[in-house]
Design a protein around this ligand. Sequence first.
Ligand code: HEM
Length: 323
Amino acid sequence: RHPPPSWPLWAFFMAPRRGQLSDPPSQTSREPPDETTVAHEVSKNNVTPPNAVIRETANGVDPAPSPQTTPKAVPVVANAQLVPSFSLGADEGSDDEDEEDIAPPPSFPAVNSAQRASAKPPAMGPPPPKPPPAFAQPRSSQFMAPPPRVAASNLRALPTTANSLRIPSRGPLPNRGMPVSNSLGLSSSAPIRTPNQRNKVQLTPGHSPLDWANMQKSGNNLSGVSSLVRVTPTQLKYNNGRKERPAWSSYQGKVYNITPYLPFHPGGEGELRRAAGKDGGKLFMEVHPWVNWENMLGECLVGIMVAENDVKIPQSSALEDMD
Ligand code: HEM
């Protein structure tokens, strides 16, 4: 029932709702409700028990004087026999059977599963204490793993006021090696040689990648041979760049003269020489598989690798013999 429209709005919220006026049924005592208390009990078949006495007044308001001035709604329902109502906890304290009938079956095991069929009937006596609902348990233990442990060596110190001002320095960039600091924690302004993870070298002037590209387009003979030749393993091994000999290296069956490229190699001359006189494919792929060898050394192509006995006597001498 709603309060008369003349009441202020707050009176509506202050007024107790139906069912709040009656004392909740006690869990221990099962005394029948007396005449002044209206209890809406829910029995198994949802019919108001016969001992519940419903009192109805003319205007629905309890005529007994109340010390409170706020008008109250009275939980009196006309003809409550026909309109069954529910009260939370009204059935508490009843036996286990009732509770099981009302409660929905657990989702596991399935209702008609073998586990259920073979399950023992519930033992008599008080039900075992139910575990607290999931939301009552601490979330951290149920849903969240503890934060991973971080080794102290991996923790970076928070920037201090002095070095967080972003003053440009000539020191190392954050992604180039470990920051070097003095005893005060301030970055040193002196230029520092930092370890270079890519192991690139400082190329001498005129030996940049662009210079090499121009060199390839220049039309100069970079291979050192007038035409493509067939190279045996012995020949490859012989041309290892030592004793004034050219440095040849094979890659996927093709032989290149790497001598002119040595001062242009970003990884350094020494590194490139490691592949001289042999198949450099493995070393190459270990360091920079993304580099296009064929493009970079196209003009340095000497020939192709052949088996040792595939190279016959030079044709020129054979022709001389014929003559
Ligand atoms: C003969 C063919 C080779 C060519 C054309 C070549 C070319 C290059 C190029 C273009 C770079 C720069 C890569 C970049 O900036 O990403 C480079 C770097 C480098 N190369 Fe080579 N390279 C050759 C062989 C080798 C070999 C055989 C080695 C080692 C034994 C080697 C070791 C390195 C190293 C250490 C670097 C610097 C680190 C890096 O860039 O990752 N290179 N090379």
